[in-house]
Design a protein. Structure first.
Ligand code: SF4
Ligand code: FES
Length: 242
C-alpha cells in the first residue's frame, strides 16, 4: 500500500518545528506504524537526512515508551491500542497520517515525536515507598487478597505510563495516571500504611509539575490503551478527602 506521513519535525526544544511530508510508496499493510517509521528512517538515512525521532521499546503494548498523536488522536484511532500495536491495515490505501508529539506543558519537547515524560516518574517518586515489616519473610498466605480485590487492583496496575491520558486531555491533566497508581496500591493490604500520605503527595506533585485539573471530559478514558476507567479519578478525589 501507499501512505503519506505528515510528521512534526523539530530539531530541538529551543528550535521551531514544522510539518514535513514523506511518502512510502510500497509498504505492507501488515507492518505497524512504528515499522513504517523505521522504513521511512532507512530512506532518510540513505538520502543523508536526519531520521525521525520517536520513542519505543517493547513494541508489544506493555512498556509505555511509545506514544504520539495520529490524526489528532493519542495512539491513533483504534481503541485500547498503543501506537506500537497500530497496523497500517487500519487505514485506507493512499491515506495521509499526521503524526505529532504529545503536547502538554508538563511534557517539554525533545525532538520530533519525542517529549520528556519524566514528570510521570516524579509523580511516582512523590508517592514514596511502601512499608514492609522486617524479620522473617512472611508466609505467602499471611496477607490474603480476595479475588475481586485482586482483579480490581490489577485493572489499575495495567497502566503503562504512556501519557496518552495527559495528551488527550484539554487540561493536560495526569489525573487518570495518578488515580491508576493510587488505586493499584490503595486496594491492596501492602499499600495501606502510606495510603493517605501517598494520595496527598502524588496529587500535590501533579500540581507542581504543571499538569492541569480534571474537568470530567473523559478523553483520558477514551485514549487509554489499557482501558483504565475514569471512575478511578472519582475514587482518587475521595481518597484526598479521606
Ligand atoms: S492511565 Fe492509560 S493513558 Fe494514562 S498513562 Fe496509564 S496507560 Fe497511559
Ligand atoms: S513500545 Fe512499549 S508500549 Fe509501545
Amino acid at each position: 500500500m501507499k501512505i503519506t506521513l505528515r510528521i512534526w519535525r523539530q530539531p530541538a526544544a529551543d528550535q521551531p518545528g514544522r510539518y514535513e511530508r514523506h511518502g512510502l510508496a510500497d509498504v505492507s499493510p501488515d507492518v505497524s506504524l512504528l515499522e513504517a517509521l523505521d522504513q521511512l528512517n532507512e530512506q532518510l538515512i540513505s538520502a543523508g537526512e536526519r531520521p525521525v525521532s520517536f520513542e519505543h521499546d517493547c513494541r508489544e503494548g506493555i512498556c509505555g515508551s511509545c506514544g504520539f498523536l495520529v490524526n489528532g488522536q493519542a495512539h491513533g484511532p483504534r481503541i485500547a491500542t498503543s501506537v506500537c500495536q497500530l497496523y497500517l491495515r487500519e487505514f485506507e490505501d493512499g491515506a495521509e497520517l499526521t503524526l505529532e508529539p504529545w503536547r502538554a506543558k508538563a511534557f517539554p519537547a525533545i525532538q520530533d515525536l519525542m517529549v520528556d515524560r519524566s514528570a510521570l516518574d516524579r509523580l511516582i517518586a512523590a508517592g514514596g515507598y511502601c512499608s514492609t515489616g522486617t524479620g522473617q519473610a512472611p508466609d505467602g498466605n499471611a496477607l490474603p487478597v480476595g479475588r475481586d480485590q485482586a482483579t480490581s487492583a490489577f485493572s489499575t496496575a495495567t497502566c503503562i505510563g504512556c501519557g496518552a491520558c495527559v495528551a488527550s486531555c484539554r487540561n493536560a491533566s495526569a489525573s487518570l495516571f495518578v488515580a491508576a497508581k493510587l488505586a493499584h496500591l490503595g486496594q491492596l493490604p501492602q499499600g495501606q500504611p502510606e495510603r493517605a500520605s501517598r494520595a496527598k503527595a502524588m496529587q500535590d506533585q501533579m500540581v507542581t509539575e504543571g499538569f492541569g485539573s480534571c474537568s470530567s471530559h473523559l478523553e483520558c478514558e477514551a485514549a487509554c490503551p489499557q482501558e483504565i476507567s475514569a471512575d478511578w479519578i472519582s475514587w482518587m478525589h475521595r481518597e484526598r478527602r479521606g
